[in-house]
Design a protein around this ligand. Structure first.
Ligand code: SF4
Length: 306
């Protein structure tokens, strides 16, 4: 198989653990500051009732059981041996440290779980939480996943994120000062953003030399405020070729060492309004690779010294 023109997280995991590592998403029952204690506030414009597009989670079971259920599927399909417990939907640091510790330990106690990935918001990592995360960073293989989406405050306002870019920078800097691995989530195709805006966010991520990045294509889901805007004709959606060329531009700008955790998203089939082309995930991924090969470039091509 040809080497990919970008540095994949899955390949990094394979090298580190001597075999494929499967990420299992779990819903540990958290909410998020934007959705209120009972998850009943609308939150970000694109947020769905399940806390932002997470699919394939066996909700309602304790953390260890969700992992065992996920493991069973992975073992049957891939003979999987190693797993990363991914605390995915909502804000998985939005609780007192003692409660977080109990849930993270429950996940690490499951056989075959080699590490944790914890997704959260930049305004949800106070000092006492960062202290705890640093402890896990020392104990196990640990990733903090920070949702940023855009480096532009006008976009964050429009999205009703409830934090600005300065808040992200504070959280990111504090996490890096403790040595944490940080993966940043960015969405391409956000309403009101030009290509130049999106590339400026990529340039910021390159400047910070983030350890990892997840690029998401904006998914418009039924039952979200964004879905309502779309149905009223209020937003423009990226075409597949636009997205492919944009992702290639972003990859060229990112340092060659940044681990690429994701280049598109898995939208829930039953509620996805647009873009429907995103359901052909492999077609999109192949097209991105082909685009870079056609250009004769790769991740880091536009970074001086990389
Ligand atoms: S931060 Fe995440 S869970 Fe909270 S409202 Fe926004 S998308 Fe939803």
């Amino acid at each position: 198989m040809q080497e990919k023109p970008y540095l994949t997280f899955s390949q990094h995991l394979k090298e580190r653990f001597g075999g494929r590592v499967h990420k299992i998403s779990i819903d540990a029952g958290f909410s998020c500051p934007n959705r209120g204690a009972t998850r009943d506030r609308p939150g970000c414009l694109f947020c769905d009732p399940d806390g932002s597009g997470s699919v394939g989670i066996d909700r309602g079971f304790p953390v260890a059981e969700q992992l065992e259920l996920g493991k069973k599927i992975m073992i049957r399909k891939y003979k999987a041996k190693h797993f990363l417990a991914y605390f995915q939907p909502f804000s998985n640091t939005f609780a007192p440290p003692a409660q977080l510790r109990a849930l993270y330990d429950e996940a690490l106690g499951v056989e075959g779980v080699v590490g944790l990935a914890v997704g959260t918001r930049p305004d949800c990592v106070p000092t006492e939480v960062l202290e705890l995360l640093e402890e896990y960073h020392r104990r196990t293989y640990f990733w903090l996943e920070l949702g940023l989406q855009s480096s532009h405050d006008h976009t964050l306002d429009l999205l009703r994120r409830g934090h600005d870019y300065a808040c992200f920078l504070d959280a990111y800097t504090a996490a890096k000062a403790r040595g944490l691995r940080v993966c940043v989530h960015v969405i391409l195709g956000l309403p009101g953003e030009s290509r130049a805006d999106m590339l400026a966010t990529a340039d910021e991520m390159a400047r910070l030399r983030v350890d990892g990045i997840k690029l998401h294509l904006l998914h418009v889901l039924r039952g979200t405020p964004l879905g309502d805007m779309y149905q009223e004709g209020g937003i423009k959606i990226l075409e597949q070729q636009e997205y492919v060329s944009l992702v290639a531009d972003v990859l060229e700008r990112l340092p060659a060492q940044t681990l690429i955790h994701r280049l598109t998203g898995d939208g829930p089939r039953d509620t996805l309004l647009a873009p429907l082309w995103s359901l052909n995930k492999w077609e999109v991924l192949n097209a991105i690779e082909e685009e870079l090969r056609r250009r004769g470039t790769r991740q880091g091509s536009r970074v001086a010294g990389d």
